[in-house]
Design a binder for this molecule. Structure first.
Ligand code: SF4
Length: 98
């Protein structure tokens, strides 16, 4: 087992190039609007991005391939520990600004 990673997908920015679905059909499928759907993804209401947690090395490699092929970089693969840290930092910064 690898370390927990998060696939983060920003559907708003998807231009329907279908590259992700071609390399990683396990994670991405095209829908009727010709936009990618992150399979088993959950919408994070705060970020408005779809997320799915993955853990096996095989899945992480595959997900990173989809990140690499997306021409508009709306797929991000993040190490969970780092992603959490960043979110906490952002929240702390946000609170300071209020
Ligand atoms: S590769 Fe990027 S732009 Fe193309 S369908 Fe997938 S998410 Fe959308």
């Amino acid at each position: 087992m690898g370390k927990k990673h998060k696939i983060e997908y920003d559907r708003e920015g998807c231009i329907g190039a279908a590259a992700c679905a071609a390399v990683a059909p396990k994670f991405f499928e095209m829908d009727v609007e010709n936009k990618a759907v992150l399979l088993d993804g959950k919408l994070n209401p705060e970020t408005k991005k779809f997320e799915r947690i993955i853990e096996s090395d095989e899945d992480i490699v595959l997900a990173k391939e989809s990140e690499d092929v997306c021409p508009v970089n709306v797929i991000k693969i993040k190490l969970m520990e780092l992603a959490k840290k960043k979110e906490e930092e952002q929240k702390a910064n946000g609170n300071q600004q209020e």
